[in-house]
Write a protein that binds this ligand. Structure first.
Ligand SMILES: Cc1cc2nc3c(=O)[nH]c(=O)nc-3n(C[C@H](O)[C@H](O)[C@H](O)COP(=O)(O)OP(=O)(O)OC[C@H]3O[C@@H](n4cnc5c(N)ncnc54)[C@H](O)[C@@H]3O)c2cc1C
Length: 368
């Protein structure tokens, strides 16, 4: 079999793009380039540290997740295998103690015992950013182009031309899209146009968690644990509807919550008001020690144009039905492949989906 001598462009430096590059490196394939629109890697994996924490240390114990937090090794063994292969340290989500429940404005929070994660739910030391840092180490620095948003992709005479927002142009033979299908179908123009059915399927694919926002608060100690609380809470009042312990082993303590207000309501309220309401909710739930907060962050993914589109912001985002990750016929056949998580057959939208989507895309990129 002839070895692939194509020039390959990977669009997106999130987990899918980096894992695709890692697989290419493992196979000794060097003729590729990652084009990432942001000035950082990770995409939906993003970390928060208190001012002064050392973010350059991949194993920093004070880096908290603003995006994904968990994986479930029993359901996602291949993902757990990658974590092990990369030598990353993991630990179980803290769920010992009572959960709090805010039923209504008129009644105080109730303590509820016996709520444990049904499935083993794991986190990474250093947050999910540690996974990005570990993959980055395996990829030569000159393979990654930052702040290079792909705006247009054109095919002529068997060559693919990428038009970048910077004004630069790149010529390649094959393109692997490691970004959400809806985002790409909405923001990148294709010449010739993608087959209509494929374009519609990509546009119809919800970007997992894109409509959501996370609030994170860091504390000197996990004072709730000393009160027999797990740090988990559910609320009918909000703004946060679901809260969890986000503390890191041997690091700072933290709580995070998913904001329940819809994206448009959050936008109208504004970040400052929303943060105040989240802090007030933590005081209401966890008592006066919640005032010892050392730092907090709100990440609204619906307002991140490199994750969410207007369609995502107005919806709830179900786990997507994966659309086709390759073009079955016409000029784009053998030229364009989808490797973002939403294209994964079995775990669309999840971190585990990034691994599967990268592997299934590379199986289609001939001769590798
Ligand atoms: C709040 C939140 C919580 C989550 N929790 C979990 C969890 O606990 N467990 C779990 O399994 N999953 C979770 N997820 C989902 C998980 O984050 C995603 O499955 C995963 O990060 C997707 O990675 P990706 O590389 O496919 O896409 P992305 O991370 O979206 O990366 C795409 C990259 O492409 C770049 N890009 C976009 N357009 C262009 C362009 N035109 N040109 C160049 N670059 C471009 C973007 O900047 C980005 O870096 C969560 C997501 C969010 C937002």
């Amino acid at each position: 079999m002839t070895r692939n001598t194509s020039r390959i462009a990977i669009i997106g430096g999130g987990l899918s793009g980096l894992y695709t590059a890692y697989l290419l490196e493992l196979r000794g394939f060097a003729n590729y380039q990652i084009f990432e629109a942001r000035s950082r890697l990770g995409g939906r994996i993003d970390g928060f540290s208190l001012a002064g924490a050392d973010m350059s240390d991949a194993n920093s114990s004070d880096r908290f997740d603003l995006g994904p937090t968990w994986y479930w090794p029993q359901m996602q063994p291949a993902f757990a295998q990658v974590i092990a292969e990369l030598g990353l340290e993991s630990f179980a989500q803290y769920d010992q103690g009572d959960m709090l429940f805010e039923r209504s404005q008129s009644s105080p929070p109730m303590r509820m015992s016996g709520y444990r994660n049904e499935l083993l739910t794991m986190r990474l030391v250093g947050g999910m950013s540690a996974l990005i840092a570990a993959l980055q180490e395996k990829i030569p620095a000159d393979k990654i182009c930052y702040q290079q948003q792909v705006q247009a992709i054109a095919l002529a005479n068997d060559e693919v031309t990428l038009q970048l927002a910077s004004g630069a142009i790149a010529h390649v033979d094959q393109v692997i899209i490691a970004a959400p299908p809806r985002l790409i179908a909405s923001t990148v123009s294709f010449q010739p146009a993608l087959p209509n059915q494929l374009q519609q399927a990509w546009l119809a694919t919800d970007t997992w968690m894109a409509p959501h926002a996370k609030f994170l608060a860091v504390f000197p100690t996990a004072f709730w644990r000393e009160q027999g609380l797990s740090g988990s809470a559910r609320s009918n009042i909000g703004p946060m509807v679901e809260i969890h312990d986000a503390s890191l082993p041997n690091g700072k303590a933290a709580l995070f919550g998913f904001v329940g207000y819809p994206a448009e309501a959050r936008r109208q309220l504004g970040a400052e008001q929303l943060q105040q309401q989240c802090q007030a909710q933590l005081l209401r739930l966890f008592g006066p020690l919640a005032a010892t907060v050392e730092g907090f962050e709100l990440k609204d993914w619906a307002q991140d144009p490199l994750t969410a589109t207007v369609t995502d912001s107005s919806g709830q985002a179900a786990h997507p039905q994966p659309p086709s990750y390759f073009v079955a016929d016409g000029p784009w056949q053998h030229k364009l492949f989808g490797a973002g998580s939403e294209w994964s057959t079995n775990y669309p939208g999840y971190l585990a989906g990034c691994i599967e989507a990268a592997e299934q895309a590379l199986l289609k990129v001939a001769w590798l």
